[in-house]
Design a protein around this ligand. Structure first.
Ligand code: GLN
Length: 540
């Protein structure tokens, strides 16, 4: 049977539970074990698909078409294990299932309650759809004390009793703040948070203490004493310069050792973390530096484009350059400041996006990149807008637009009304359909044309990439585009949906209908990001 590690968080949010879970998983892999990481999100949304990325961070899409929490992106980037729909649940999903069962009469007259019905569903989720994993790490979203998390905490408490204490471990991530006026690190918030956790029946086995400096031995002992945790299981998690340093830092603090000791397991192979130290070295000590202008809508939450930031830095790792990101607010771009804002960029990127606001600024930036031969990378919305820009300015179709914005005369980009899902079911949709879960979602194949730039970049004919969009480039204009030097170099295998657009007469101009950033790894950077950053480097 798999061993379970439950990761909770206390004191404040944003302590990096996701990164901690992913880093621990990577260490266990390096000891020769098979791992899976899951996220249990207590909020009431069925999935984060309808949540604003500017509030909640990016929506991460899996191969099997689930819209999930961005932490699943960390999990994949750190472990290389492909996440599945069954790796993320929310209270919304649990209640949706329970209510539908209740309506069908499946509870046979019983009163449906949080304990045992909700907790049973959570426990079932934790251990279902596994495949010989040695370890399953389950991260509980939110912070101890949140009302929504109570059923989740109760469920993992029961799970621990049901499955034998030796088969599951509780790891609690807390904060040990430094108070400048007294010049001290404070352990009290951690004590309170563990007290709260213990009042819910959970005694943590390992405490991971985030701090901005070394936690002296005395303080560690004190935390252990007050929290009823063994002294060597109070593990400091000191702020790192790069997230990719975290696995090595945890190894140096002995986190993996403590976990294996708890489960009475030995390492299956000699641990070698060269891979991580090389990645960190490349990130922290690159040979050069380039600047990429990302033209989008921003509210300052960097997590809104988490995978994109990471994929760009992976391209930098490959090319041995630091990739500086210059976030350019598309709503503020206009004819008079365009040159000023963009002329320092070695590459320009328009990422995925929704809605009309800021679209004209993005189109202006694309035109600038095309005309001034600056490497341009359009992702999803950035590809659709590139097609619209070229329809207007190369084909001369002045009214060209997307039906996402208005009932335009020339729908160069139009609503997709019917398509087959990843699981081969057919989806039909109108403008009035629900917003949640109704996009073309998940991994779809695309065929790349011979003699194209993308074919050279991927070095294969058939690719599979993840999608999340409602609109598609209208293939009726393909011939007209082709005869004007705009090349649709990748298509869905049935030849109906343009997946990639590129320009021959340009150093690097590629738009893709999918999200390549979701599959890039620090130790295996995505080919498009390697190539784009390489092209930008050539501009220095
Ligand atoms: N808004 C566009 C669509 O729905 C693009 C989506 C995206 O960039 N992910 O098709």
């Amino acid at each position: 049977m798999a061993r379970f590690i439950f990761v909770t968080g206390g004191v404040v949010s944003s302590l990096g539970k996701g990164l901690a879970s992913a880093s621990l998983a990577s260490l266990l892999q390096h000891h020769g074990y098979k791992v899976r990481i899951r996220k249990l999100d207590p909020y009431l949304n069925v999935d984060p698909g309808t949540m604003s990325p500017y509030q909640h961070g990016e929506v991460y899409v899996t191969d099997d078409g689930a819209e999930t929490d961005l932490d699943l992106g960390h999990y994949e980037r750190f472990t290389g294990v492909t996440s599945k729909k069954s790796d993320n649940i929310t209270s919304g999903k649990v209640y949706q299932k329970i209510i539908s069962k209740e309506r069908k009469g499946e509870y046979l007259g019983a009163t449906v309650q949080v304990i045992p019905h909700v907790t049973n569903e959570i426990k079932e989720f934790v251990s279902k759809d596994l495949n010989d994993e040695d370890f399953v790490i389950c991260e509980i979203g939110g912070t101890i004390g949140d009302i929504e998390s109570l059923p989740f905490i109760e469920a993992i408490r029961q799970f621990h009793n049901d499955n034998g204490h030796e088969n599951s471990l509780f790891m609690h991530v807390t904060l040990v703040p430094y108070i400048a006026s007294s010049g001290e690190l404070k352990t009290k918030p951690t004590q309170h948070s563990v007290k709260e956790l213990r009042s819910l029946g959970i005694q943590p086995n390992i405490l991971l203490c985030r701090a901005d400096r070394e936690i002296p031995e005395d303080e560690r002992r004190k935390i252990g004493l007050f929290c009823n945790v063994k002294g060597d299981c109070v593990i400091p998690a000191i702020n790192a310069n790069s997230i990719y340093e975290v696995p090595v830092n945890f190894f140096n603090e002995g986190l993996d050792k403590r976990v294996l000791e708890y489960f009475r397991l030995e390492s299956k192979k000699e641990i070698d973390l060269k891979m991580w130290s090389q990645v960190s070295k490349r990130i922290l000590e690159p040979e050069g530096s380039i600047e990429i202008g990302i033209v989008g809508k921003y509210t300052g939450l960097a997590d809104a484009y988490k995978s994109l930031n990471e994929a760009l830095s992976h391209g930098g790792i490959f090319n041995n350059v630091r990739v500086k990101l210059n976030w350019i607010e598309s709503e503020e771009l206009n004819g008079s400041n365009l040159e000023n804002k963009l002329n320092n960029c070695h590459g320009i990127l328009v990422p995925g996006g929704f809605g009309e606001r800021g679209a004209e600024g993005k189109i202006a930036a694309i035109k600038y990149a095309r005309e001034n031969k600056i490497p341009y990378f359009g992702i999803c919305f950035g590809m659709q807008l590139a097609v619209i820009e070229m329809a207007r300015n190369i084909l001369g179709i002045k009214e060209a637009n997307s039906s996402e914005f208005a009932d335009c005369k020339e729908s160069i980009v139009g609503l997709m009304t019917e398509w087959s899902n990843v699981d081969n079911t057919t989806e039909k949709r109108t403008k009035e359909s629900d917003l949640g879960g109704t996009m073309r979602l998940g991994a779809y194949e695309a065929k790349l044309k011979n003699n194209s730039k993308v074919r050279e970049i991927y070095d294969t004919e058939l690719i599979s990439e993840r999608h999340r969009h409602r609109y598609e480039v209208n293939n009726n204009y393909a011939t007209l585009f082709e005869s004007n030097g705009v090349h649709f170099s990748g298509y869905s295998p049935d030849g109906l949906l343009p997946e990639i657009v590129e320009l021959k007469d340009h150093p690097w101009f590629i738009g893709v209908q999918f999200h390549p950033e979701l599959k890039s790894k620090p130790f295996d950077p995505h080919p498009l990001f390697k190539s784009f950053i390489g092209a930008a480097k050539n501009k220095t």
